[in-house]
Design a protein around this ligand. Structure first.
Ligand SMILES: *[C@@H]1O[C@H](CO)[C@@H](O)[C@H](O)[C@H]1NC(C)=O
Ligand SMILES: *[C@@H]1O[C@H](CO)[C@@H](O)[C@H](O)[C@H]1NC(C)=O
Ligand SMILES: *[C@@H]1O[C@H](CO)[C@@H](O)[C@H](O)[C@H]1NC(C)=O
Ligand SMILES: *[C@@H]1O[C@H](CO)[C@@H](O)[C@H](O)[C@H]1NC(C)=O
Ligand SMILES: *[C@@H]1O[C@H](CO)[C@@H](O)[C@H](O)[C@H]1NC(C)=O
Length: 448
C-alpha cells in the first residue's frame, strides 16, 4: 500500500512540475515583488516561505514611533509578511468622537455616499505603515473591506446605499454597492500599486453570505453569489494593477458534492481522523451555506493564491470532549490538509492567514504542530494575532475603539494575541523544512 501511495504521489508531483513550467510563461513582475510559481510563492527567483503575522491595529496607532517599534519587534521575531486592514470607515455621526480620540478613518459615510480622508488622521497613517514596513523588509497584505461591521465593513455600504435592506448579501449583487466598493478599491490600489511592499490585495476579510445582517435564501456557494463577486472584483483589481497578487481573504469554506468519496480517500493514509464516518456532509464549513467554494474560487484566473482561517473551538464546541471524534489539534490538521489538497489540485499557493485557540497552555501545545505541518506542506501560515509590547503613545494606555485598547504598552488582546514573553512566540521563527510530508499529502489531492 505504501508503495502504491508513493507511486501515485510521484506521478502527481510530476503533474505539479509541469504546472510549474507553464508558470514560467507568466508575465514577469518587477524586482522585489512577490509572485507565485506553481504552489509556492517566489521572490526574485527564489522560493519564499514564511510564518507571518496579523495586526489590524497597526494603522490605528497614532505615532510613527509605535509603528516603528511594532515592525522592529516583528522583524526580530522572524515575521516576513504582515496582514492588516486597508479599510477604516465611520459614519458621519461618529466623526466628532473620532476627531477627539484620534481614531484613524479613511472613509466617512453620510447621505448614502462616502468621502475620502487622505489626511494625517486618514490614509497618511496607512502610508506610514507601508513605509515603515518597507524599512524592516516586511511585506503587507491589505484587506479592502470586512464582512463584519468592525472598523466599517461592507454593511456600511448596505446601510447607506439601501437603508431599508434586510440582507447582508445584497452587497455582492447590487450594482450601486459594487461601484462604491470599487471606487474605494481603486483609491487604495492606485495609491500603492508601484510599491513592492504590498504582498497582495485581499478583496474582503471573511466574505460570507451571512454578516451582522441575515443572509437571503438565494445566497449559497451553489448559486455562486460570493464566487461570482470574487471573479468580478479580482478581474477589476487586475485591470488596475498587473503586478501584485490578488486573493480572497476568505475563511476557506468548501462545497463538497462528493464529500464521502473524498473522506474515504483521505482516510486511507491519515491518522488525524478518529472515525471513518464523521457527519461533515451537513457541516457549515463543507456544505456551501457560508457562500465560499474554496476549490472553485481558487480556479479563478485572477485569484493568485488561496486563503483560509481556522478557529476550531469556536466552530465546534464539541471538540476534545469525551466521545468527540476530533481533538482541537486533530481537526486543525484535517482542515489544513483539506486546503493543501485543494491548493495542490489548483496548482496555486496557500496561506492559513488566521488561526487561534484560547488559553496560553493550548496555544503553547498546539501552535508548533500546526505551524510545522504548514511549513512541511509548503504553505504559509500567520497566527491571529501579533502582540507588541512597550508601546508608548498615551503612556501606553489608550482605548482605540470597541474593546480594543493598548494596556500598559501591550497591543490589543482579544484572547488570541501572543506576546514575546510567551514560549509560543517561537513559532514566528520556524523555518521551512524539507520533510517528505507533501508527497504523501499529494496522494489525496483529487476530490472525485
Ligand atoms: C451607521 O449608519 C447607518 C445608517 O444610518 C446605521 O444603520 C449604522 O448602525 C451606523 N453604524 C454605526 C457603527 O454607527
Ligand atoms: C462522531 O461520529 C459519529 C458517527 O458519524 C456521530 O454519530 C457522532 O455524533 C460524532 N460525535 C461527535 C461528538 O460529534
Ligand atoms: C483549552 O482547550 C480546551 C479544549 O477546547 C478548552 O476546553 C479549554 O477551555 C481551553 N483552555 C482555555 C484556558 O481556554
Ligand atoms: C506577557 O505580556 C502580556 C502583555 O503585556 C501580559 O498580558 C502577560 O501577562 C505577560 N505574561 C505572560 C506569561 O503571558
Ligand atoms: C533534509 O534535511 C536533512 C537534515 O537537515 C538533510 O540531511 C538532508 O540532506 C535534507 N534533504 C534535502 C533533499 O534537502
Amino acid at each position: 500500500m505504501k508503495h502504491l501511495i508513493f507511486a501515485i504521489g510521484f506521478l502527481l508531483n510530476l503533474c505539479a512540475l509541469v504546472k510549474g513550467e507553464n508558470d514560467e510563461l507568466k508575465k514577469a513582475v518587477p524586482k522585489g515583488f512577490v509572485t507565485t510559481r506553481g504552489t509556492e510563492f517566489e521572490l526574485d527567483g527564489s522560493s519564499f516561505a514564511f510564518v507571518g503575522a496579523n495586526s489590524y491595529w497597526l494603522p490605528l496607532l497614532t505615532t510613527k514611533d509605535d509603528v516603528e517599534s511594532t515592525f522592529s519587534q516583528m522583524q526580530e521575531a522572524g515575521v516576513k509578511v504582515l496582514r492588516t486592514w486597508g479599510f477604516n470607515a465611520i459614519n458621519a455621526s461618529e466623526l466628532p468622537g473620532a476627531l477627539e480620540s484620534g481614531l484613524t478613518y479613511y472613509q466617512v459615510w453620510n447621505n448614502g455616499d462616502w468621502t475620502l480622508n487622505d489626511g494625517p488622521q486618514g490614509l497618511e497613517r496607512l502610508d506610514t505603515v507601508i513605509n515603515v514596513a518597507a524599512k524592516y523588509d516586511i511585506r503587507v497584505i491589505l484587506a479592502l473591506t470586512n464582512n463584519w461591521v468592525g472598523y466599517g465593513g461592507m454593511e456600511l455600504y448596505v446601510d447607506h446605499i439601501d437603508p431599508g435592506a434586510s440582507t447582508h448579501d445584497i452587497f455582492y449583487t447590487d450594482s450601486r454597492m459594487i461601484a462604491s466598493y470599487q471606487r474605494y478599491v481603486k483609491t487604495i490600489v492606485n495609491r500603492y500599486k508601484d510599491s513592492s511592499t504590498i504582498f497582495a490585495w485581499e478583496m474582503m476579510n471573511e466574505a460570507r453570505c451571512l454578516g451582522d445582517l441575515p443572509q437571503s435564501a438565494a445566497c449559497s456557494a451553489a448559486s455562486k453569489t460570493v464566487p461570482n463577486w470574487y471573479k468580478q472584483q479580482s478581474d477589476f483589481i487586475r485591470s488596475l494593477d498587473p503586478n501584485h497578487m490578488i486573493t480572497t481573504g476568505g475563511e476557506g469554506a468548501f462545497l463538497y458534492s462528493c464529500f464521502v468519496a473524498y473522506l474515504i480517500r483521505l482516510h486511507l493514509g491519515h491518522l488525524f481522523l478518529k472515525t471513518k464516518n464523521p457527519t461533515l456532509a451537513t457541516d457549515y464549513n463543507f456544505d456551501g451555506q457560508a457562500g465560499e467554494d474554496f476549490s472553485f474560487d481558487l480556479t479563478l484566473p485572477n485569484v493568485d493564491f488561496g486563503t483560509y482561517h481556522m478557529y476550531p473551538q469556536t466552530w465546534y464546541p464539541q471538540l476534545d470532549f469525551p466521545g468527540s471524534n476530533f481533538s482541537v489539534e486533530g481537526w486543525g490538521l484535517f482542515w489544513m490538509d483539506a486546503h493543501v489538497n485543494a491548493a495542490n489540485a489548483a496548482g496555486k499557493p496557500l496561506i492559513l492567514e488566521e488561526f487561534g485557540v484560547t488559553g496560553l497552555a493550548n496555544k503553547t501545545e498546539i501552535y508548533p504542530k500546526w505551524v510545522q505541518f504548514a511549513l512541511d506542506t509548503k504553505h504559509a501560515i500567520m497566527p491571529w494575532q501579533f502582540g507588541a509590547s512597550g508601546l508608548k503613545e498615551d503612556s501606553g494606555n489608550r482605548l482605540i475603539k470597541y474593546a480594543d485598547a493598548l494596556i500598559d504598552g501591550a497591543s490589543p488582546n482579544d484572547g488570541f494575541a501572543i506576546y514575546k514573553n510567551q514560549t509560543v512566540w517561537n513559532v514566528f521563527a520556524y523555518e521551512e523544512s524539507n520533510s517528505s510530508c507533501r508527497l504523501i499529502v499529494n496522494t489525496f489531492q483529487k476530490c472525485c
